[in-house]
Design a protein around this ligand. Sequence first.
Ligand SMILES: [Zn+2]
Length: 204
Amino acid sequence: MQGYIIDIKPVKDDDLIVTILTENHLYTTYRFYGARHSNINIGYKIDFELENTRANIPRLKDVIQLGFEWILDYEKMYCWQRFIKLFNPHLKDLEEVDSYYFYLLDHLTHVMIKQNALRAICETYINLLEHEGRLHTNYECLLCENTITKDISLVRSFLPVHAKCTYSKVFEMRKIKELFEEKKLISFSDEEVEYLWNIILQGL
Ligand SMILES: [Zn+2]
């Protein structure tokens, strides 16, 4: 099976609880410590086997790391790991998962070969919001419920608000429309992309 490691928690004796997102499942697995094991880390795509034991979670074994072209690019890897970690609380308690998420991550690993990591992640996130029916293209302010025509701000989950209703960073309406409707960030400055990234980090 193949999947992405979206969470790792250390437990006793250097053993680990490893959460893996595959095409259709979210697996919580147990990995025993041992020198012969291949190195694992958050964000890695792995090929693996599960072994059912008497414990209530399966044992993770025969792990092979499947690399990406940019796996040694420290900055890309850092952004990727922070993004993929957000899927754990987001998908928590699901056992069967829509294959959309696995393929979304697969796609992002390809896009990130050429594109800036934060821009690629922000564009991916817009697709995720749309897929989940959470992309608010009616531009109605979350706080006062009136339609926003200019000076828009975004809060968690990219929910639109009037800049004057929140006193947060102002975006030009045309830029947010470009992002929400064309899923592009071409006219956004690096600083604006960084701002969007920090919103994403609050949670998917
Ligand atoms: Zn408002």
